[in-house]
Design a protein around this ligand. Structure first.
Ligand code: SAJ
Length: 406
């Protein structure tokens, strides 16, 4: 394999694993991040994010001299842009914010030479690759002499190091020639299939994947509301319905968290609100589920308080945004615990995957159940599925929003 010098701009959840992986494949990698602490941490061989196996990859890449972090981009053969694309808060429809992509593009413009590749990996609204190319042209780069493509990451947090290699990849070229050259680069380190298309299709493909999941989770969450009213166990219902050969319903929960599935569908809705009706509605159903859970818990608290004459302590089981990880970003469970605490309820927080938290004292599961009068299950962590836990949970009233008893 030809060894290249690669400049990865943005050393977050995608950029750092990609940089470390490319370095381990023998390339010389320059990682770029505006945050000096991040740069220093990586240059010590440490990491600032939590992802299984990433620490070992970074440590060995840095000690072999193949990965070095900087605060500014350096000359390279291949530039990968892996910066965040959040949305602007407020407004009825959240609007995508591609400022970091544009800033990263500007920062590499002066370094580009004929034959270089520029790859955008950040989840982006349709049209962003063209804007990137136009910006480079405006900055004096003759874009006909370089290769530009959009290649979305699609790795699952918690499995990033394996999925970066094994997943199939979609490469959307700004031109068909760019698609080919950049797809060949991915083929050099990806064992999955690398599929070539145009940039707009690849941009829409990434948004489609996460919107598909959001819509399917919304279906499960909507079912959970209908079933609660009918007195039907939604998990048993889904288990039965899924025995149909062409039905595969996902799991209801307290809402959709993380920084991808709860965000990306808005990039579609913002661009075409008239036609993106179901995608928008799914977002609203999933966000609404979190409010519904809070209301259910408050009703149970009021009932218990009326019975016993004093407000119950509430053990919140799980704070993470999904099972068996320690990532609390955009977590519905955390949002629920926080909202209940803000409304004056006594919250006992249980999160087996973290030791400390700024807002909550983290209490061990057994002790939390000992000192609480109500338990609410907010994340389907494996520790909560153990039969011993289920026995303990029989001792106090429980609201199970994750189907641990199913
Ligand atoms: N969730 C449910 N019910 C389910 C499945 C998930 O409520 O049946 C909830 C989870 O608890 C969590 C949220 O959805 O709060 C998102 O979790 P997830 O596991 O579905 O997805 P992420 O955000 O960890 O990663 C997704 C993945 N996309 C798809 O599966 C289509 C991943 O492949 C993407 O790379 C990632 O988004 C991303 O970076 O875009």
């Amino acid at each position: 394999m030809q060894k290249n010098k690669i400049c990865v701009v943005g050393l977050g959840y995608i950029g750092l694993p990609s940089a470390a992986l490319l370095a381990s494949a023998g390339h010389v990698v320059v990682g770029v991040d505006v945050n000096e602490n991040v740069v220093e941490t990586i240059n010590r061989g440490d990491i600032h994010i939590v992802e299984p196996d990433l620490d070992a990859f970074v440590r060995s890449a840095v000690s072999a001299g193949r990965l070095k972090a900087h605060t500014r981009p350096q000359p390279a053969d291949i530039f990968m842009v892996c910066v965040p694309t959040p949305f602007y808060e407020g407004g009825e429809i959240p609007q995508p914010n591609i400022d970091y992509v544009l800033a990263a593009t500007k920062s590499i413009a002066g370094l580009l030479r004929p034959g270089n590749m520029v790859i955008l990996e950040s989840t982006s609204p349709v049209g962003t690759t063209t804007r990137l190319a136009n910006l480079l042209q405006a900055e004096g780069v003759d874009v006909s002499t370089i290769h530009i493509a959009y290649c979305p990451e699609r790795v699952l947090p918690g499995k990033v190091m394996t999925e970066l290699i094994q997943n199939d990849r979609v490469v959307g070229g700004f031109t068909p020639a760019a698609a080919k050259v950049i797809a060949d680069f991915y083929r050099s380190f990806v064992s999955g299939e690398v599929l070539e298309t145009d940039a707009a299709t690849a941009e829409m493909c990434k948004l489609t994947e996460n919107s598909f999941r959001d819509v399917n989770i919304a279906f499960a969450n909507e079912l959970s509301l209908l079933c609660a009213k009918e007195g039907i166990d939604v998990w048993k219902l889904i288990g039965l319905a899924n025995r149909h050969p062409r039905v595969n319903i996902l799991q209801p929960g307290p809402g959709v968290g993380g920084h991808c599935i709860a965000v990306d569908p808005w990039f579609i809705v913002a661009r075409d609100p008239v036609n993106a009706r179901m995608i928008r509605s799914a977002r609203e159903v999933n966000n609404g589920k979190t409010d519904w859970v809070i209301a259910q818990i408050e009703t149970a608290i009021a009932n218990l308080a009326a019975k016993s004459g004093k407000p119950p302590r509430v053990a919140c089981l799980g704070l993470a945004f999904k099972p068996d990880i320690d990532d609390l970003r955009e977590s519905p469970a955390l949002q629920i615990a926080h909202a209940l605490k803000a409304r004056g309820h006594q919250i006992i927080a249980v999160e087996p995957n973290i030791e400390t938290h700024d807002e909550f004292d983290i209490v061990a599961l057994e002790r939390a159940l000992d000192i609480s009068e109500l338990a609410v299950v907010l994340v389907r962590h494996r520790q909560f599925l153990a039969s011993q836990t289920k026995n303990m949970l029989r001792e106090i009233p429980i609201l199970d929003f994750c189907g641990i008893g199913a």
